[in-house]
Design a binder for this molecule. Structure first.
Ligand SMILES: Cc1cc2nc3c(=O)[nH]c(=O)nc-3n(C[C@H](O)[C@H](O)[C@H](O)COP(=O)(O)OP(=O)(O)OC[C@H]3O[C@@H](n4cnc5c(N)ncnc54)[C@H](O)[C@@H]3O)c2cc1C
Length: 488
């Protein structure tokens, strides 16, 4: 079997298949595995370039159990989950999982926060229990069977289908601080609270109560290294620097994929880990997935990511932090479609060397910034990247009360153009297709090919969706499909 792409989806699928006794081979466009879950070593610093935490840790445990291995990396719980800082006040909110402790911080702005939060989380829990298994843990062969299953969901949740994340949060909380903080999690799905369906308020339950967030000991790339070690034990060969650019078929069956050097790759089963929507368009030239049609779909943010090495420590900054301005709604509504230079950006900072000191030389600190920005459909030109990055670094310096500019000894910037070119991400969209109602379940590009019976898909833009644990579920679902075909 051939897996195209060594992202987390491709690696997990390859291991699951190898453990079932299939001979598996992987090809990867880049010179190193991991896809978006990658690593950059520069100037003595080691940066995770994409994910900096994960939720739903039990999906990784289940993966290890399915493969009959010890989980090949260790993870630690984050508590507080993260901090939130507004430009309108010097206060830092720490998002503790202990709701009483969390509520203490809101007593001035939302005195009955604790009661409201419990009510809100109770609703999130019910949503989670009634929808998650149906929505993300099953393969659907048709829209009809999907809709039929959805009809079994408790009708009490029906009204929520007509609200967005923000509207749902506003039903429970009245202060700007509480509303903006609680709805931040919508950004983790790559959109804003104003265009993310309210059903995803179940994520608040997953972050605060059901499981939480986790960081990996030694850095997130240990996940990739661990799975690579297991693949090596199974003799799975990976060929790097190999990009699929074309294909050969007899109309009904895919005969081979063709790489940039015109080499043909043949296999009985092919699993594509490249973006499931754009691969169909760019390689298979499917009319439903032309660039013009892809542009009309809803995509997640284009990330602007910055990797900074400092020659000093920043004890005043915690592991995982959000810096917001004071025009949340206006900013969120405009940010994904603006075409020019981004004014007063909102951003996230991860002090990577806080939990993993080996990521930076002694006495130094490694910082990772993510700023959600418009994808390349809207902002096409990134010649102003230095200007935008400098405004973020200046803002951060003023928020933490220390000018970090003279302390910088390493600086690397990835714009949406870099994300697009490195991993073939459509218009540089960081998390792939968004999760609006008409792009999930049976409406998402499926994990089996519409034309070739021996071609399957795994990863963020096929079912069930984006994020590390969800991609682990994607690997499970695609292997189920392959086994079904093999059993015929
Ligand atoms: C900045 C950023 C921050 C994120 N933060 C988090 C986080 O904190 N937590 C979390 O859970 N998730 C996070 N995510 C999302 C997460 O990274 C993705 O959902 C996940 O890594 C997707 O994995 P994948 O296997 O689907 O795709 P990818 O990682 O994109 O892997 C696909 C692989 O296929 C290769 N490929 C593509 N086309 C071809 C081709 N034609 N031929 C050969 N190879 C090809 C690519 O090079 C790549 O290696 C983040 C993403 C970004 C961009």
């Amino acid at each position: 079997m051939l897996v195209v792409g060594a992202g987390i989806g491709g690696l997990a699928t390859a291991l699951r298949l190898a453990k079932k006794g299939y001979r598996v081979e992987i090809i990867e466009k880049n010179s190193q595995a991991g896809g978006r879950l990658n690593q950059l070593k520069t100037d003595g610093f080691t940066f995770d370039t994409g994910p900096s935490f994960f939720s739903m840790s039990y999906e990784f445990k289940e993966f290890a159990k399915d493969c009959n291995i010890e989980l090949p990396f260790k993870y630690v719980e984050l508590d507080p989950l993260y901090t939130v800082n507004f430009s309108r006040s010097p206060k830092t909110y720490r998002l503790y999982k202990d709701i009483h402790k969390l509520a203490e911080q809101f007593k001035d702005v939302e005195p009955d926060f604790e009661v409201k939060m419990h009510k809100y989380l109770k609703n999130g829990k019910a949503l989670f229990n009634d929808t998650v298994d149906i929505e993300i843990k099953e393969n659907y062969n048709s829209v009809f069977s999907y809709l039929l299953t959805l009809m079994k969901v408790n009708p009490v949740h029906l009204p929520i289908l007509f609200r967005n994340f923000w509207q749902q949060v506003c039903r429970y909380f009245s202060s700007d601080d509480a509303r903006e903080i609680i709805s931040l999690v919508a950004f983790f799905l790559g959109r804003t609270p104003f265009d993310t369906p309210a059903v995803y308020t179940l994520l608040s339950y997953t972050e605060f109560q059901h499981d939480g967030y986790y960081n990996v000991e030694g850095g997130m790339y240990k996940i990739v290294e661990g799975i690579l070690g297991e693949l090596q034990k199974e003799n799975v060969k990976i060929t790097y620097n190999t990009e699929i650019v074309d294909y050969v078929s007899d109309g009904k069956n895919l005969k081979a994929l063709v790489d940039q050097n015109n080499r043909r790759w043949e296999s009985d089963i092919i699993v594509v880990n490249s973006d499931a929507a754009s691969f169909r368009g760019k390689i298979f030239k499917r009319p439903k997935f032309t660039d013009a049609k892809l542009d009309k779909m809803e995509w997640t943010m284009g990330p602007l990511t910055i990797y900074i090495g400092l020659k000093c420590k920043l004890p005043q900054v915690e592991h995982h932090n959000y810096y917001l301005g004071d025009n949340f709604k206006d900013y969120a509504n405009k940010i994904f479609q603006s075409t020019g230079t981004i004014q007063k950006p909102y951003y996230y900072v991860n002090v990577i060397s806080r939990n993993n000191p080996d990521c930076a030389p002694e006495g130094c600190e490694g910082l990772f910034f993510v700023c959600p920005v418009p994808d390349l459909r809207f902002k096409k030109n990134w010649d102003d990247k230095e200007e935008i990055v400098n405004s973020i670094l200046a803002d951060f310096s003023s928020r933490i009360g220390k000018d970090i500019l003279p302390e910088i000894i390493s600086k690397t910037i990835y714009t949406p153009e870099d994300w697009q070119n490195q991993y073939n991400l459509h218009r540089g969209s960081g998390l792939g297709l968004s999760h609006k109602m008409l792009q999930i379940g049976a409406y998402r590009p499926q994990n089996f090919d519409e034309v070739y019976k021996n071609v399957f898909y795994v990863g963020a833009s096929t079912v069930p969706g984006t994020g590390l644990p969800i991609t682990m579920i994607s690997s499970k679902l695609v292997v189920k499909r392959i086994e079904k075909l093999k059993a015929k």
